[in-house]
Design a protein around this ligand. Structure first.
Ligand code: G3I
Length: 416
C-alpha cells in the first residue's frame, strides 16, 4: 500500500499522496464517521483535479478581449484640412527606404499628408564636405512627396548630432563660425525654397540640456560646437538666416522632454520670449514637441499643461516625433516584455487616443502645426536600435495596422 505513497503517477511532492496514506490509516481507526467520509470523498475529487488526470470540469476562462476594430481608411483625412498628419520616413541608402518599399508607400499614401526625412536632411547627409552639398537623396524624397500631393517638414538645419567631420573640426573665430553656420543654412533652405513642398523646418534641434545647473528654473543651453564657438546668439542667427533663405517656410525650434520637464519647457518659452521681444524680432513660427514618450510618462495632465503654456506664445505647436514605447523605460532600458500582447496593444491604443485628443483640445486650430509619428512601422523605429522588443508605432512588423492607428484616429475625431 505504501508504495503508492511514493510511487505512481503523482510524484512525491503532490499533495494528493500525503492525504492518501492518512486516509487509509483513519478508515481503520475507531470513531470513523459518515461526515468524515463525505469530506474525504470530495477531497479526493478536487485533489485529483489538480494533477490526477481525472475527468475535470474546466474552469471557464474569461472570454478573450474582442480584438479592437481598426477602421481607418485614411488617417490624415480625419484631421481638419489645415492640420498635417505626418510620418518620419527612411530614405536614401536605408534598406527600408520608402522609395524602395511599396508596402511603406501604400501606408504613407493612405494615411499621411506630410513626410519628415528621418535622417537624410540632417547636416552630415546634405553637407558632407565644406564645399560639397549632396541633395540627390533628399530631392528624390521631395519629388516623391510632390507626386503624392504631400508636403515635407525639413529636419534639421542645426543640431549637435549627425554633423559631418569637417564641421566638428572647423576652426576659426566667432565670425568665421557664424559665416560657416549661416552659409550652411542659406544654401540648404534656399535649395528647397525653390519648390513649395518643403513647407517648414526644424531650424535648431535640441539646444537645451536636461539639467538646470544654475538653478534659475530654466534648463541650460547645451555645449555644442555652435554654442561653444558662436555663443548663445547662434540660435537667433540661425533663425534669421533660415528666414532670409526661405521667407515662406514655418521655422520651428524642436526638442524632446519639453512636455515632461517644466524646466526644459521654461527654457524654450524663455528663448521664444527673447526672440519675440528682441528689438528686431527673430522670425520663429513654431515649437516642436518631439514626444518620444511611454505608456505612462509623461502624465497626460502635464502634457496638456505644457501644450497650453506653449500655445500662450501664439506660435504653432507641432508634435514632431511621436512614438509611444511599451517596453522601454526613460533611460532607454528594455523592460520585461518579449511579445506585443493584445492587452498591451489596447493600452497603447488608449494612450495614442489620449495624446492626440489632448493636442486637439489644447491647441487651437490656427496654431496646429500638426502631428508626426517617428516612423512608418515598428521595424523602422529608432527604438529598435536599443531594444529589439519594442513596438512604438501605428503599424506592425508586417506593415499591418495596429489598434494604435484606431487610437490616433479616435483622438482626432473625439471617437465620433
Ligand atoms: O548611414 C549609416 C550607414 O552607412 C551605416 O552603415 C549604419 C551603421 O552604423 O549607420 C547609418 O547611420 C545611422 C543613421 O541613423 C541612418 O540609419 C546612424 O548610425 C544612426 O545613429 C542614425 O540614427 C538616427 C538618429 O536620429 C541619429 O541621427 C535614427 O535613425 C533617427 O530615428 C534619430 O532621430 C532622432 C531625431 O533626429 C531627433 N530627435 C530624436 C530622434 C530619435 O533618436
Amino acid at each position: 500500500m505504501r508504495q503508492k505513497q511514493g510511487g505512481g503517477q503523482h510524484g512525491s511532492s503532490c499533495i494528493y499522496s500525503k492525504w492518501h496514506s492518512t486516509i487509509l490509516n483513519r478508515i481503520n481507526q475507531p470513531g470513523f464517521s459518515a461526515p468524515f467520509l463525505m469530506a474525504v470523498v470530495s477531497l479526493v475529487i478536487c485533489s485529483c483535479a489538480g494533477g490526477g488526470g481525472g475527468t475535470t470540469t474546466p474552469v471557464p476562462l474569461p472570454d478573450p478581449l474582442p480584438p479592437p476594430v481598426i477602421n481607418v481608411p485614411n488617417l490624415y483625412l480625419l484631421a481638419p484640412m489645415s492640420m498635417t498628419v505626418g510620418v518620419a520616413v527612411p530614405a536614401g541608402r536605408s534598406k527600408m527606404s520608402l522609395l524602395k518599399s511599396t508596402g511603406r508607400q501604400t501606408i504613407v499614401n493612405h494615411h499621411f499628408s506630410q513626410l519628415t526625412a528621418e535622417n537624410i536632411m540632417k547636416p552630415r547627409h546634405l553637407h558632407p564636405a565644406e564645399s560639397t552639398f549632396f541633395f540627390d537623396d533628399a530631392d528624390a524624397l521631395v519629388d516623391y512627396a510632390a507626386s503624392q500631393d504631400k508636403t515635407v517638414h525639413g529636419h534639421t538645419l542645426i543640431w549637435h548630432n549627425r554633423l559631418p567631420n569637417w564641421m566638428n573640426n572647423f576652426t576659426g573665430n566667432e565670425v568665421a563660425w557664424t559665416t560657416m553656420m549661416t552659409d550652411h543654412i542659406t544654401v540648404i533652405a534656399s535649395h528647397f525654397a525653390a519648390g513649395d513642398i518643403v513647407v517648414s523646418w526644424d531650424v535648431v534641434n535640441e539646444a537645451f540640456t536636461d539639467t538646470d545647473n544654475d538653478g534659475d528654473g530654466l534648463n541650460d543651453l547645451r555645449n555644442t560646437i555652435w554654442h561653444d564657438n558662436i555663443g548663445a546668439g547662434y540660435l537667433a542667427a540661425a533663425f534669421r538666416a533660415a528666414n532670409a533663405a526661405d521667407p515662406n517656410a514655418d521655422l520651428y525650434y524642436n526638442d524632446y522632454n519639453i512636455a515632461g520637464s517644466r524646466a526644459k519647457l521654461n527654457a524654450v518659452l524663455d528663448l521664444v520670449d527673447q526672440f519675440q521681444n528682441d528689438p528686431s524680432p527673430v522670425p520663429i513660427h513654431g515649437i516642436g514637441f518631439q514626444m518620444h514618450i511611454s505608456l505612462t510618462w509623461p502624465g497626460i495632465d502635464q502634457i496638456r499643461e505644457s501644450f497650453a503654456l506653449a500655445v500662450d506664445t501664439g506660435l504653432k505647436i507641432k508634435i514632431s516625433e511621436l512614438d509611444i514605447a511599451v517596453n522601454t523605460d526613460r533611460s532607454r532600458k528594455p523592460l520585461s516584455l518579449t511579445e506585443f500582447t493584445d492587452a498591451v496593444a489596447v493600452q497603447q491604443q488608449k494612450r495614442y487616443e489620449m495624446i492626440v485628443a489632448a493636442y486637439m483640445d489644447e491647441v487651437p486650430e490656427a496654431q496646429r502645426g500638426g502631428i508626426t509619428v517617428w516612423g512608418i512601422a515598428d521595424p523602422d523605429s529608432s527604438k529598435r536600435s536599443y531594444n529589439a522588443f519594442e513596438w512604438p508605432l501605428l503599424f506592425d512588423d508586417d506593415l499591418i495596422s495596429k489598434p494604435a492607428l484606431q487610437g490616433f484616429a479616435d483622438g482626432l475625431t473625439g471617437g465620433r
